[in-house]
Design a binder for this molecule. Structure first.
Ligand code: 6R9
Length: 649
């Protein structure tokens, strides 16, 4: 598994147009040592170098992992929109901040300079203020991948409002729950979005969601496709007309370092999604520092991250890292498969992207569809850095990415991190770290990793150890709390192994100290890089059935959801499988829908009534060995006393 090492190609450094930020592994090791030995000195220096504080901080850090009360850069004041917009607009207003590539390759792309961005963000910020949005209020954003979505995030930040971006693939029910939890007065959306040639009815979904949200007084809608929408007078406003009323510059609100910048919902191992809250200074520093060192971003770069702004990857690496560092972010509204499988190559060559950051699920799809000759015509000469995120990347997919898109000339970084960590925590540094295909590799600066034995709870020191991955020192971009439920925050991350942050992932440290991520050890399934909790899906079916949701390996999506369902009715209605799938699509999102549904008479349970997923997983993956089943009531199809487990497929 860990034998193959791919060294950074010699020409990478020789042909670097700006000179890499780090000279090599010696510098990485020295800086890493310093970041662990003297974290406060290290982080204070980074913060002063990479962020612009309107009032300097007096204390770098207080708090501990055991208490879950970490705070950074106290006394400091800054504004994320100032750091991402104003300072670049002042220095170089004509530099392009955002390039938008539409879904359809025949439609024109758009470029927004830092100077223009300042105007767009200011106007929208003024408009939000006029709608009564105040410092600390949460604004919900439900939008496709267009520049206006970034304007909306930064406009919130400008007036000190907290943004909550909900992925535009979520259903109206899921959106409603998130708007209600955030108690948003204002929701920002578009008439429609467009993906893979299809219209996404964003406004219609918002209309349905806000029916049950008395907190919402304003829905601001950007015109995007020109599609028909229904209109509620007094509540709905067209942004395009409204924004003309506001000035193209308003000053940014000074925020305390620890004021929240955004809320983002993610799945945990229990049913209800968690609203993870991130701070202003700490989060922004994590984005800036990993952008600089992991991706080696320079101001002239054009960074293309295919991650949607509805997920943390989109927040940190489509929006905040590129903009805080003052480079160009390339955003793409479409899919890798429309109108053809060469779409990513088209986007990269058309916009001369220097970086391309994507997920293994897209790569697996392309790997099965693309032949070398399909992509030969594209000019990829500007491309310097490739990145992977979201799930473990199998060595063969890694190699395909490196060889076919990277032409063996680039550096490929596998980046491991989470919504809660804010920015990368394990990653190979572009152009620096010798790469191992399929391996996230080494800890980022300031991240003190531990592998823990899940049984004894003891840290496993040294190399060649397998266990669960934890972190033993606080770092600035860690999430500060879960909205409305600090106890859940403590129990999920800090009370599992006292004194450590628990990631929920299994990991192996090889003989070179490289970290191999082995996937979740809790009840979270990762479908195409989207996190979803098994119990969230199970509880959505509770009315109709008792269900066990199992993640099984899948060639295309990494893991696929299988549902094993025991119905509450004595008769099994025809077509019930499709009905259940539809129900999940509507109540959560299409990506949460099971690939297969198995209707069974009874689920295997322990004597105390807990479903034994381990057995179902083995059945579904074709394993014959069931392990110890002495405590299981309905143990296996072979057990004569039990009803056959699978009635029909
Ligand atoms: C950034 C993001 C986090 C979970 C995480 C892990 C998996 C992410 C990975 C990876 C192996 C990588 N994960 N990156 N596993 N190698 N490079 O995806 O955040 O949506 O919160 O998911 O994704 O299981 O715990 P999030």
């Amino acid at each position: 598994m860990d034998s193959e090492v791919v060294h950074v190609p010699a020409e990478w450094r020789a042909q670097h147009p700006h000179g890499a930020h780090l000279t090599g592994m010696l510098e990485y090791r020295a800086l890493y040592e310093e970041s662990i030995r003297s974290p406060n000195t290290f982080w204070a220096k980074q913060a002063r170098e990479l962020l612009s504080f309107s009032h300097g901080f007096h204390t770098t850090h207080i708090g501990s992992l055991a208490k879950g009360n970490n705070a950074w850069f106290l006394g400091g004041e800054l504004n994320a929109s100032f750091c991402c917009v104003d300072r670049h607009a002042i220095a170089d207003p004509d530099r392009v901040a955002i390039i938008h590539e539409p879904d359809d390759s025949c439609d024109a792309s758009r470029e927004i300079t830092y100077g223009d961005l300042l105007g767009h963000v200011s106007r929208l910020a003024g408009c939000l203020r006029a709608q009564g949005v105040q410092k600390g209020d949460i604004v919900t954003i439900y939008m496709p991948m267009i520049p206006e979505a970034i304007f909306a995030m930064l406009a919130c930040a400008r007036i000190g409002a907290v943004h909550s971006v909900v992925f535009a693939g979520f259903s109206a029910d899921a959106l409603r729950d998130r708007i209600q939890d955030a108690n948003s007065k204002v929701v920002i959306t578009t008439d429609e979005g467009r993906r893979g040639g299809k219209a996404i009815p964003t406004k219609a979904v918002v209309d349905t969601a806000v029916r049950d949200c008395p907190c919402v007084s304003t829905v601001l809608t950007f015109k995007h496709t020109g599609g028909d929408v229904s209109w509620t007078a007094g509540r709905d406003m067209w942004c395009d007309e409204e924004l003309k009323k506001y000035p193209s510059y308003i000053s940014s609100e000074p925020m305390h370092s620890e004021d929240y910048l955004f809320l983002l919902y993610t799945s945990g191992s229990t049913g209800k999604p968690k609203g993870v809250l991130h701070s202003t200074a700490g989060y922004l520093l994590g984005a800036a520092m990993t952008g600089k060192y992991v991706f080696d971003i320079h101001p002239k770069d054009r960074f293309f991250c295919s991650g949607d702004i509805g997920w943390i990857t989109g927040h940190t690496y489509t929006v905040y890292a590129p903009l805080v560092l003052g480079c160009t972010t390339v955003i793409f509204e479409g899919t890798p498969a429309y109108p053809s499988f060469t779409r990513y190559w088209e986007v990269i060559s058309k916009h001369a992207a220097t970086h391309f950051y994507t997920a293994p699920t897209a790569l697996r799809l392309l790997k099965s569809k693309i032949k070398k000759r399909d992509v030969e015509e594209f000019n990829m000469s500007q491309l310097r850095v490739l990145g992977s995120v979201g799930e473990p990347i199998a060595p063969d997919t890694w190699k395909w990415f490196y060889n076919s898109m990277g032409d063996q000339k680039m550096t490929l970084t596998d980046t491991y991190w989470q919504t809660e960590t804010g920015s990368h925590i394990v990653a190979s540094l572009a152009g620096v770290t010798p790469m191992k295909p399929g391996c996230a590799s080494l800890p980022c600066f300031g991240i003190d990793l531990a592998i823990i034995d899940p049984v004894s709870g003891e840290e496993l020191k040294g190399n060649l150890v397998v266990g669960v991955l934890a972190i033993k020192q606080p770092w600035p971009s860690m999430a500060r709390t879960i909205k409305g439920n600090h106890d859940r925050y403590m129990d999920t991350y800090f009370n599992v192994y006292k004194g450590y942050y628990f990631t929920g992932d299994g990991a192996y440290r090889d003989q070179d100290g490289y970290i191999w991520i082995r996937g979740r050890v809790d009840d979270v399934v990762n479908v195409s890089g989207h996190r979803i909790s098994t119990s969230e899906i199970e509880s959505s079916l509770l009315e109709h059935a008792e269900t066990a949701i199992i993640g099984v390996p899948d060639e295309l999506t990494g893991e696929a959801i299988n549902a094993v369902v025991s119905l509450k009715t004595p008769v099994i209605p025809l077509g019930i499988e499709q009905e259940l799938i539809l129900h999940i699509r509507q109540s959560i999102a299409p990506f949460a829908a099971p690939k297969k549904v198995f209707i069974v008479k009874d689920l295997p349970k322990t004597r105390s009534g807990k479903i034994v997923r381990r057995i179902l997983r083995k059945l579904l993956t074709g394993e014959k060995e069931f392990g110890d089943i002495s405590t299981v009531r309905c143990s296996s199809p072979k057990n004569e006393k039990c009803q056959p487990l699978i009635l029909r497929l």
